[in-house]
Design a protein around this ligand. Structure first.
Ligand SMILES: O=C(O)CCC(=O)C(=O)O
Ligand SMILES: [Fe+2]
Length: 173
């Protein structure tokens, strides 16, 4: 499947863009968490981000229905820095990464509930990422039936943007 050359949030209006790239979902940006959730987020952040990296002030929570899916895209560098870390909950799913210049170069990740993926370096910038729809949800030969999936996504600030400028990021990055 050729990569869909969509770059999220390149156009004004997050909702329109999300509608283009993500199907069957609702989402929110969350900055206040319970103590138990904060402890989990701290583990995610310690695993995924370096000490010099500043995170977006709020965390993106995406609730994808069983029939929902995410088309291939590269998160816009305007709104998202060098690292994207996503915790997957509820249903397993398959994330496919495809090189934007060499579509023959691709890999798939099985995102089990409770797993964390980290996109940085080439995976962040040179590969699109997508979440396969139920009909296409295979990991190798293995069928991965899709149910409702919730992801909790932490992102670093775009390069050159100070923390003071992170107060109004788009609802997602
Ligand atoms: O749900 C995920 O893990 C990925 C979401 C995503 O790619 C995005 O919001 O840009
Ligand atoms: Fe993304």
């Amino acid at each position: 499947m050729p990569p869909f050359p969509c770059s999220l949030w390149e156009l004004p209006g997050l909702t329109k863009l999300s509608v283009q790239a993500i199907h069957g979902f609702r989402e929110t940006e969350k900055s206040r968490w319970s103590e138990a959730s904060r402890a989990i987020l701290q583990r995610v952040q310690a695993a995924a981000f370096g000490p010099g990296q500043t995170l977006l002030s709020s965390v993106h929570v995406l609730d994808l229905e069983a029939r929902g899916y995410i088309k291939p895209h590269v998160d816009s560098i305007k709104f998202c820095g060098a690292t994207i870390a996503g915790l997957s909950l509820l249903s397993p799913s398959v994330m496919r990464l495809v090189h934007t210049q060499e579509p023959g170069e691709w890999l798939e990740l099985l995102l089990e509930p409770g797993s964390l993926y980290i996109l940085r370096g080439s995976a962040r910038y040179d590969f699109s990422h997508e979440i396969l729809r139920d009909e296409e949800s295979f990991f190798g030969e293995r069928r991965i039936p899709r149910g409702r999936r919730i992801s909790v996504i932490c992102r670093s600030l775009p390069e050159g943007m100070g923390p003071g400028e992170s107060g109004q990021p788009p609802a997602a990055c």
